[in-house]
Design a protein around this ligand. Sequence first.
Ligand code: GLP
Length: 244
Amino acid sequence: SVFENPTAASLSVAHRIGDLIKEKQKNNSKAVLGLATGATPIGVYAELVRMHKEEGLSFKNVITFNLDEYYPMQPDAAQSYVSFMNDHLFDHIDIEKENVNIPDGTLKLEDIPAFCLAYEKKITEVGGLDIQILGIGRTGHIGFNEPGSAPNSGTRLVTLDDLTRRDAARDFGGKTFVPTKAITMGIGTIFKAREIILMAWNQKKASIIKKAVEGEISSEVPATYLQLSDHVEFILDKDAASLL
Ligand code: GLP
């Protein structure tokens, strides 16, 4: 769907998440959310916080799994995705700490494969992701699945693209300070979600959105894999959709 502006689009995504949480509450079950970082979902999180504060929406029955984290990364660093999620969402709602899952950027290299398998297993054990929200990087990455990622890939350590590191340079005070690696859910992990929502706004996303939606399916643009799924929705503003 194409919305007039990012705010309208963000509200619609937040309200779908809110509806899912309330529906699960009625059945006394848990809502399992796959969450993303970056500028794109900030408005969604702001609306969820507003719904918590003003409408009493509770997150006690919510379990979250974040897509990715830089590696190496200390959780209390300003640039960590842990800090991002705390600042924009978790510090402002009543979610239980033990229900929050974010890949661990402090692991020893040799412990990463076991951690990644456990991350996948935990998602499965809680019943799988009900909704996965995604942004898109200018390389066509979803999560940190850069060009070359396999469609059946699982959670793993990856090397970041140069363009991705350049885009992150502002947050780190220069590209040389951006970690070269990250731990990310795989394309296969994302695909298992019952509902996938990819969001993009602004003109600078228009050309990658055109490739993702209309381009040939290829590992060169990992977001094109989403064309293969029947439970994906692209939520765009007019500018991001302008080349479609
Ligand atoms: C990072 C994140 C992605 C995100 C992308 C786009 O690379 N790992 O999940 O989609 O940035 O970021 P933004 O929303 O700021 O454009």
